[in-house]
Design a protein around this ligand. Structure first.
Ligand SMILES: Nc1ncnc2c1ncn2[C@@H]1O[C@H](COP(=O)(O)OP(=O)(O)O)[C@@H](O)[C@H]1O
Ligand SMILES: [Mg+2]
Length: 245
């Protein structure tokens, strides 16, 4: 069995003492794994990922990253995490290269050049990095921001809807980047998506999430078998229907 990188136990989030967005979620993510949180808008994916990234305080529950508590060991875990927010944006007037150098200086110490080289390579943007990021396509912006989120080679990359709003071609490029990252580093990725067909390709395991709860967890293949259906989308519908009964 691979080593556990992330352990989430009975996680809850209640916003402003009323909106119960996450209602007792538990799961683990292993080394070398791409784990998908899959569910419709409002299911609680972003809330969960923000708590894992240490940006939002859980109302209840425990989050362990390589055995360290995300809440109390903030400083230690910072360099182990790379977070790509759902609404991440570029600075329009900076070139791609200026973005990369800026973040490398922010994150790095004696390994700045190494981080820059790595981000340049995985972004796949080549000569385009000399241009202002404001002129990039949506897919190019996402690849730049993703390369920056991964430049420290985090043990856990937290990617919130990494392909949302991208066309097919751009989505494929982003998915490839994610897969190659995991293959190269042995790190883990947790990502969210509401595109079930995409995660079927990308994820080793997924958790179906609905109304702040995990309905079921398994590999895409296991879930399709379990519900006796053709694809993950149908498995989600069946899982939901069974739960309502
Ligand atoms: N800052 C907030 N304050 C109050 N409610 C929120 C806040 N952020 C999200 N919510 C609510 O929490 C629920 C889950 O939202 P979210 O985690 O963004 O879901 P998802 O990412 O799966 O679309 C939704 O009902 C949403 O309206
Ligand atoms: Mg979201």
């Amino acid at each position: 069995m691979n080593k556990i990188i992330l352990e989430v136990k009975d996680l809850h989030k209640i916003y402003d003492n009323r909106a119960h967005a996450v209602k007792g979620i538990s799961f683990s993510v292993f080394e070398g794994e791409i784990f998908g949180l899959i569910g419709p808008n409002g299911a609680g994916k972003t809330t969960t990922l923000r708590m894992i990234a240490g940006l939002l305080k859980p109302t209840k529950g425990i989050i362990l990253l390589e055995g360290m508590n995300v809440l109390s060991d903030q400083e230690k875990i910072k360099s182990l995490i790379g977070y790509l927010p759902e609404e991440a944006e570029v600075y329009p007037r900076l070139t791609g290269m200026e973005h990369i150098r800026f973040y490398a200086k922010l994150y790095g110490q004696d390994n700045i050049d190494e981080m820059v080289d790595y981000a340049v390579r995985i972004s796949g943007l080549g000569e385009k990095l000399r241009e202002k990021a404001g002129a990039y396509s949506k897919g190019m912006k996402r690849r730049l921001l993703l390369a920056i989120a991964l430049m420290r080679k985090p043990r856990l990359a937290i990617l919130d809807e990494p392909t949302s709003g991208l066309d097919v071609y751009a989505s494929v490029k982003v998915r490839k980047l994610i897969k190659e990252y995991v293959k190269e580093t042995g790190s883990a990725v947790i990502l969210s998506s509401h595109n079930m067909l995409e995660v079927e390709y990308l994820c080793n395991r997924v958790a179906f999430i609905h109304n702040g709860k995990i309905i079921t967890t398994g590999s895409p293949h296991e879930l399709v078998e379990k519900y006796g259906v053709e694809n993950l989308e149908e498995a989600f519908v069946k899982a939901l229907e069974e739960q309502k009964q």
